[in-house]
Unconditional design. Structure first.
Lengths: 116, 113
């Protein structure tokens, strides 16, 4: 149980295009979903927290207009990287929590984004 | 602010030998502590957690960790390492509730045959 999927697992795009990444909780309803970014050989950095039906809460330094997050249902959250640039290339990982808290998070497999 | 320190970038151990991956934390309250493992190009897999109770926590794949409040540590251990244990290991801490889950920078474990 508690499986989280992400789609796509890999995406390569041209600079200036927008990319949407989906995060789904497959066998539970996620009150809260989280989006992380991981640079090579570095730790996970929390980008934003989203609750179903409300606006996402972004961490300091994360551009909300650049990284659009939609949490339309209790099983789906999307991250859209708008007008992507090479510096946006990274590994993006989502997680989902049954509760509002962060202590019980189930992580997705991650999405590798390469912007050319 | 809460923080997690993983002092070793890499730990090397021979297969069959015991392994330890170190973690210390800093929080202003009672911590919830976690260990996760990450294989290349994959997300995080949960290994174990300490919330309350027995200081020795047993988790997946034969791993265990001991919560030491006086030393603010939560080291990950395994009695006998396997080559397949080679991966990146993250320690994380939160105070629970809406408190952020803060990750350490990760320790690469390399188990040689």
């Amino acid at each position: 149980g508690a499986v989280v999927s992400q789609h796509p697992s890999w995406v390569i795009c041209k600079s200036g295009t927008s990319v949407k990444i989906e995060c789904r909780s497959l066998d539970f309803q996620a009150t809260t979903m989280f989006w992380y970014r991981q640079f090579p050989k570095q730790s996970l950095m929390l980008m934003a927290t989203s609750n179903e039906g409300s606006k996402a809460t972004y961490e300091q330094g994360v551009e909300k207009d650049k990284f659009l997050i939609n949490h339309a249902s209790l099983t789906l959250s999307t991250l859209t990287v708008t007008s992507a640039h090479p510096e946006d290339s990274s590994f993006y990982i989502c997680s989902a929590s049954i509760s509002s808290g962060q202590e019980t998070q189930y992580f997705g497999p991650g999405t590798r984004l390469l912007v050319l | 602010a809460q923080s997690v320190a993983q002092p070793e970038d890499q730990v090397n151990v021979a297969e069959g030998n015991p392994l330890t991956v170190k973690c210390t934390y800093s929080v202003s309250g009672n911590p919830y502590l976690f260990w996760y493992v990450q294989y290349p190009n994959r997300g995080l897999q949960f290994l174990l957690k300490y919330i309350t109770g027995d200081n020795l926590v047993k988790g997946s794949y034969g791993f265990e960790a001991e919560f030491n409040k006086s030393q603010t540590s939560f080291h990950l251990k395994k009695p006998s390492a396997l080559v397949s244990d080679s991966a990146l290991y993250f320690c994380a801490v939160t105070l629970g509730g809406y408190s952020t889950l803060t990750f350490g920078k990760g320790t690469m474990l390399l188990v040689s045959p």
